[in-house]
Design a binder for this molecule. Structure first.
Ligand code: C2E
Ligand code: CA
Ligand code: CA
Length: 583
């Protein structure tokens, strides 16, 4: 039978109820195919195209597809191009040639974008050009959207709309291959929001989510389609920047990211001030595999965090060593208290009016069998990040109560012992209850205790911390502001915080002798503090000159190697309430 003739002439009058219709044909195979096409096309659109004749025919439910009311429609190949994007046409032809089902997006007569699928049979000439096609078109918008949605759920982060970890892991592999072929460098950047938990805890999770959403939107604006941007987890974002030419380029990108956080984010009328720590590893220098790059960028980020946050760090071989050291510290720290590796030393504080020791600062020490003595400057940040600072802090407080109790039993009465606190203890521990329980247990008045806090600890949640400090103060504990001069040194806080003592940082004291300005500042700070009823301690005093000068400007108390290093209690206890201006 002549297939061409049949379709051309008879399709317009096809009647599905006419069962005889199918028997009109002699070509069994064609009939079967046609029948299938037809049945499928009942919901869709039957298509027959003859490229030789420059003719395309449609029959069926056209409204949902090309947007015509007509059941029967004839076009030429030029007309059909109006509906299909130019660059899709080759894709379509390729697919059809290989008898594949092709899915593509068209813009129909009603200017509606829809997804369609086309499948059918082609007849090709000896040069493999399509000369004839017949098949059916379906509107697959719903299926496609569902599929895209599913893909979206699988590969994109619901909150921020950024790629998720799974997607990133998939994309980065291809991207690294590309960079390798191009012999290009790429930079993998990990951005971790500092103290995000704190935002969640103090403003609520909704607020935290809003912040992440806004921050992600801002991040997106910095980057183009060339960069992979992903929310890797909670408050961690990853960016892969291809084709890096030099370090300057990386620095510029980092600056842009850091600048996003320069201004507070206003969420629900609350000002959210935060920073980020950033780690960078470059491809292929710091790793050729995505896993290695990720690990190294993460290590660099960790170092940025432990160096005080709000900074960025490039991976280098020292970082591997540093990270290994941190891992050892983390591991050993877990058992340090149980193994009796920790102890407390005491550094005398000297009252400058009578040169008498009027108290001590308790400082933690750690002797580990593997690592030897590890300085608090090194292990405290690790203890903070692992929350081990909570039991360690309790241990120090308990030791201090033991010593106070001893001193009282020996008849000393005029002294205070200062204890350093970490932010986490203020925020998460049961500090107040613990102090109360020690007071109970040792039957010792809290007035012998002084806690040392820093501005940065308070800054994160000023109002809440002030409230908490007031509760501690209410017990009779006095409060010292430590390291003044290193952080924000906001004079504003002097009036706001419920502090009894201000400790001027060692760096100021060192500077003071040579630098007129520092000297002037220290003098003014002392005067101002006195007006506010705050006592001043100068830290890190190592020279007689410093002591004399501090005396001349009415500093109340000094502490430093000039008088004594921090020592075991037995070595310094005798100094208490004695005049030690012996040098
Ligand atoms: P910090 O609170 O500022 O303590 C003063 C530090 O300066 C101590 O270092 C002390 O040994 C040192 N120092 C005192 N006088 C001089 C001096 O004249 N010259 C010099 N160069 N240094 C002097 P340390 O004991 O290594 O402690 C370092 C930091 O670790 C402390 O700084 C404090 O922030 C933290 N830390 C120490 N013990 C504890 C603790 O029990 N709990 C918490 N949370 N932090 C602690
Ligand atoms: Ca201190
Ligand atoms: Ca200090």
């Amino acid at each position: 039978m002549n297939r061409e003739r049949f379709i051309n002439k008879d399709v317009g009058s096809l009647n599905i109820d006419n069962k005889d219709f199918f028997y009109l044909n002699e070509d069994e195979e064609f009939l079967l195919n046609f029948k299938q096409s037809f049945i499928k096309s009942i919901k869709g659109l039957f298509i027959y195209a003859s490229l030789e004749k420059n003719l395309i025919m449609f029959y069926g439910n056209n409204k949902d597809i090309l947007g015509y009311d007509d059941q029967f429609l004839i076009m030429n190949t030029e007309e059909i191009k109006e509906y299909i994007r130019n660059d899709y046409i080759n894709f379509l032809i390729d697919g059809l040639k290989n008898n594949k089902e092709v899915e593509l997006k068209i813009t129909n007569k009603l200017k509606k974008e829809i997804w369609i699928s086309i499948k059918g049979f082609t007849k090709k000439d000896e040069k493999d050009n399509i000369i004839e096609f017949e098949g059916y078109i379906h509107n697959i918008n719903i299926e496609k959207e569902a599929k895209l949605m599913l893909e979206y759920i699988t590969f994109y982060d619901e909150l921020t709309g950024l790629s998720n970890r799974k997607h990133f892991n998939k994309l980065i592999k291809a991207e690294l291959n590309k960079q390798s072929l191009l012999e290009s460098r790429g930079a993998l950047i990990i951005v971790d929001i500092d103290n995000f938990k704190f935002i969640n805890d103090s403003y609520g999770h909704k607020c935290g989510d809003f912040f992440l959403e806004k921050f992600s939107q801002d991040l997106k604006k910095i980057f183009s389609f060339n960069e992979l941007l992903c929310r890797f987890g909670g408050d961690e974002f990853i960016i892969f920047v291809p084709n890096i030419l030099d370090l300057k380029q990386i620095k510029e990108i980092i600056n842009k990211i850091m600048n996003l956080l320069k201004e507070p984010y206003i969420i629900n009328n609350k000002k959210i001030v935060t920073t980020a720590s950033i780690g960078v590893a470059t491809f292929p220098d710091d790793g050729e595999e995505s896993e290695v790059l990720l690990k190294n960028a993460d290590s660099a980020m960790y170092i940025a965090k432990s160096n005080g946050k709000n900074q960025w760090q490039m991976f280098n071989s020292n970082i591997s060593k540093e990270i290994n050291r941190i891992y050892s510290i983390q591991k050993e720290l877990r058992t340090a208290l149980d193994n009796d590796e920790m102890f407390v030393v005491f550094q005398p504080k000297v009252n400058l009016t009578d040169d008498e020791v009027n108290g001590f600062e308790a400082l933690i020490r750690w002797e580990n069998s593997e690592m030897g003595s590890v300085s608090p400057g090194e292990f405290i940040p690790v203890a903070e990040s692992t929350r081990l600072i909570i039991p360690i802090g309790k241990f120090v407080l308990r030791e201090v109560f033991i010593k106070i109790s001893y001193l009282l039993s020996k008849g000393y009465d005029n002294f205070k012992i200062a204890v350093n606190l970490s932010e986490i203890q203020l925020r998460e521990g049961d500090l107040l209850e613990y102090i109360k329980s020690l007071v109970e247990e040792f039957k010792v008045s809290p007035k012998y205790i002084e806690i040392e806090i820093t501005e940065s600890m308070i800054m994160k949640s000023v109002d809440r911390n002030i409230k908490y400090l007031l509760e501690i103060k209410e017990l009779g504990v006095s409060i010292a502001l430590d390291d003044f001069g290193t952080g924000y040194s906001s004079l504003n806080y002097l009036t706001k915080l419920p502090i009894d003592v201000l400790k001027i940082d060692r760096s100021f004291v060192i500077d003071m002798v040579e630098n007129d300005k520092s000297r002037y500042i220290v003098e003014k700070i002392i005067q101002l503090s006195h007006k506010l009823g705050i006592n001043v301690v100068a830290e890190g005093v190592e020279e007689k000159e410093q002591v004399e000068y501090l005396k001349s400007i009415d500093c109340d108390t000094v502490q430093g190697y000039y008088y004594s290093r921090p020592e075991n209690f037995e070595n310094v206890v005798e100094m208490l309430n004695k005049n030690i201006d012996y040098k």
